[in-house]
Design a binder for this molecule. Sequence first.
Ligand code: 13P
Length: 279
Amino acid sequence: MNIKETLLKAKNEKYAIPQFNINNLEWAKYILEVCEEEKSPVFLGVSSGAAKYMGGFDVIVGMVNGLKKDLNITVPVMLHLDHATTFELCKDAVDAGFDSIMFDGSKGSYEDNIKTTNEVKNYLKGQLLEAEIGKIGGEEDGIANELYFTSVEEAEDFISKTNIDMLAPALGSVHGIYKGEPDIKLDIMKEISDKTNMPLVLHGGSGIPEEILKQAVQNGICKANFNTELQLGWHKAVLEFVENNKDVYDPRKVISSGEEGLKNVAREYIRILGSKGKA
Ligand code: 13P
């Protein structure tokens, strides 16, 4: 099955493939191990900031390919560039061997968003393309964004003018930690899905209650992104370890003390999204 078919299968069968964002070798390894155990397909999300942190796109492609081979990973793994705000970043990730690209032109004008989305599409060599309209709020790579809701009309118009594979509409989810209860516009989500039949992506998955995530999947979400909760799960376990083991300085022991904390979060989202056993 190619990656487009993997995505459409999720949409048709009403489950969602998780996107777990990676920050380093350990993150990638732990996530691949969990997804293999749970037999879940996965998008490994890489923000531009995380790409820079890890050394660059070539490092990441080499690392992920090496892990897949050495750990005998058999589930579909889509290495995905998250929130690239320029054509050049998308081009570089394609050239390095990424499988899936998100061009995020939501900060510029609507017309420019359409124009650059199409330029990226024309450059692709078989990769999936995700675009964002409206503005997803919260913080991404330390930069705060305002929230601006996507309308059904805008989604229909954008899709008719671009040839994208997935759309991330801004419907109330935010990146990072929610202030109060998340207010996700599930009715608009369903209307966009019904009218366009486009695979929809939920950003800012961390902190959204289970019932809302499940409804979002029923309403057309077939890829859901998680970053912050993985970090929090890892951090809590590492803090506990460090407090009790102040004299341990081996980085392998310190970093891997968060392994189960991170893996438990990933396992829980795989269960909620219904992607367990779908690989
Ligand atoms: P969270 O950090 O809120 O889970 O968001 C992740 C995300 O949407 C990445 O694109």
